[in-house]
Design a protein around this ligand. Structure first.
Ligand code: ACM
Ligand code: ZN
Length: 532
């Protein structure tokens, strides 16, 4: 029973709870190795607002024997914990957080944060609270090395403060990849110095479709927004401080009407176009016949790679209709000269050229599973979302690395009728038919938030939480350690944390609808529009 007392999400690999507690006071010291001083200060700043304590940060004085201290250190010899693992020991005298590397210490600090009363999340002093931590011994490390959240800022723009809030919440959940979907038919959101019209024209639309894909209703209100290169540097640095990699996605050759509206010469027909106001898949895509298309996209990627230190660059590649290529003399001429037999293979040609460009700059390309082909360079990472599970399995078997985000389990834009919390929680990213020695090719999981129908922060939070929290546990906790009943108990604490942090979330009676309600709800889907 005591084991259930700790509310940590994601559930640690091993946790032993002992009687007694450690109590934080204004004289508690934070002792850290010099290389961990940033984390020590992060912890100090995390504890300050609610407690009012201005804890002293100093070097390690007496090894593990100091009293009334939180001791942070690294230990490369912790056996079997991997690069992100940590040990957290709390007794009445002191708290010791020991990581294999710095990142492990950071995760140990996040577990410590969740062992404190939830009021620790408060932005102002909470009076007369006892800041105690139960005595525990935790040994912990993640199941997957890719624990991601994707945010689409193209369909609806969400500004820097929202992105930072999500990065903070990712850190709380020990998630480590922020996949930033920066460009869409409905909006181009990243400043590219060489092509200013991408912002002047591409970041604005005149109105927005309301009420679902088939609806003819529009809000009549302009919508716009973009991130300057300075904003992006600030966000990347904020993420890095939280051990989160930012993987930018520039979706191509489809989902790119915002760029075609700005530079119509990139298309097959020459336009004119406008930034899309309706959602759904657009027929107009980049022309693959023209050399200027490649020059344009490569110049964009050059600036993107300068801004993002990420080893991995996502080129999208999903949902590319072939109709325009079939009618375009230049695309057809390309197919003739290169001996390309059909338009599906023309997309492979396009992908391979962009991949080669990204590789030539020392980076690794990533794409949605529609870019998978026999000719795709072997180090390109795939991201599974829909269609052709068999092909994905074949690629995994042949050694390709994949991130799993099956739309039916992990897409946060779905209603809870379609995807209740339980379904996200029970998601198993490793395909059953994949041999054990190939499991490592599954890098991990992502929970994507597509924002066609997400106009407000209330809706944002409602769609995202708590399925995001379930996704975090799928990414971290060993398969054998997962238990939905235990998760739901621990979730109560997380939901209260979200309340205090000012993030909206779905309520208990909403996120696990009963079967009858789900069944009836399927007939009323248009009331809560989902993309698909
Ligand atoms: C996708 O949902 N179109 C990747
Ligand atoms: Zn063309």
């Amino acid at each position: 029973m005591r084991l259930e007392m700790s509310s940590i999400i994601p559930k640690p690999v091993k946790i032993v709870e002992n009687p007694d507690k450690f109590t934080l006071t204004k004289t508690t010291a934070i002792e850290a190795e010099p290389a961990l001083s940033d984390i020590a200060n992060y912890l100090k700043n995390l504890l300050h607002p609610a407690t009012g304590f201005d804890l002293q940060v100093k070097g390690i004085s007496k090894g593990d024997t100091t009293s009334n201290a939180i001791i942070l250190k690294t230990n490369a010899n912790l056996d079997g914990l991997g690069t992100e693992g940590y040990i957290l020991k709390v007794n009445q005298e002191r708290i010791i957080v020991e990581g294999v590397e710095t990142v492990g210490v950071f995760y140990g600090v996040q577990s410590l944060r969740q062992l404190l009363p939830v009021e620790i999340e408060s932005a102002s002093i909470v009076k007369d609270n006892e800041w105690s931590v139960p005595c525990v011994e935790i040994e912990d490390y993640p199941r997957f090395r890719w624990r991601g959240f994707m945010l689409d800022v193209g369909r609806h723009f969400f500004a820097k403060d929202v992105v930072k809030k999500m990065l903070d919440l990712m850190a709380l959940h020990k998630m480590n990849v922020f996949h930033w979907h920066l460009t869409e038919d409905q909006g181009w959101r990243i400043e590219i110095k060489k092509y200013p019209k991408l912002i002047e024209i591409g970041s604005k639309r005149k109105e927005t479709q309301l009420g679902g894909l088939l609806s003819k209703e529009f809000d009549g209100k302009p919508h716009e927004g973009f991130f300057t290169q300075e904003d992006i540097k600030e966000i990347v640095s904020f993420a890095t401080e939280r051990f989160i990699k930012v993987v930018p996605e520039i979706d191509m050759p489809g989902h790119i009407m915002s760029a075609l509206a700005s530079y119509p010469e990139l298309s097959c027909s020459g336009g004119p176009f406008e930034v899309s106001t309706r959602f759904g898949i657009k027929k107009d895509v980049c022309c693959v016949g023209k050399e200027s298309t490649f020059e344009f996209l490569e110049n964009i990627l050059e600036e993107v790679m300068d801004l993002f230190p990420s080893q991995i660059i996502h080129l999208g590649g999903d949902e590319v209709p072939k109709a325009r290529w079939k009618e375009c003399p230049e695309c057809q001429a390309r197919m003739n000269s290169e001996g390309i037999e059909d338009e599906k293979k023309l997309q492979d040609y396009f992908t391979n050229r962009i991949v080669n460009y990204i590789s030539s700059r020392g980076r690794i390309a990533m794409g949605w599973n529609q870019v998978l082909s026999d000719t795709l360079k072997e180090n390109v990472i795939g991201q599974f979302w829909m269609f052709n599970k068999k092909e994905v399995l074949e690629h995994l078997k042949k050694g390709r690395k994949m991130v799993m985000s099956d739309y039916f389990h992990t897409y946060l834009d779905y209603s809870y009728i379609m995807t209740p919390l339980r379904k996200t929680y029970l998601y198993e990213p490793v395909p059953k038919k994949l041999e054990k020695e190939k499991h490592a090719n599954v890098l991990g999981i992502e929970t994507p938030l597509w924002t066609e129908w997400v106009e407000t922060m209330k809706r944002f939070g409602w769609q995202t939480f708590p399925r995001f929290t379930a996704g975090a546990e799928v990414g971290w906790t060993p398969k054998r350690g997962k238990n939905f009943k235990s998760f739901k108990k621990r979730l109560d604490f997380m939901l209260t944390r979200l309340d205090i942090l000012g993030m909206y979330h779905a309520q208990k009676n909403e996120f696990n609808p009963r079967y009858l309600k789900r069944f009836i709800g399927l007939f009323y889907r248009h009331k809560r529009p989902t993309y698909y």
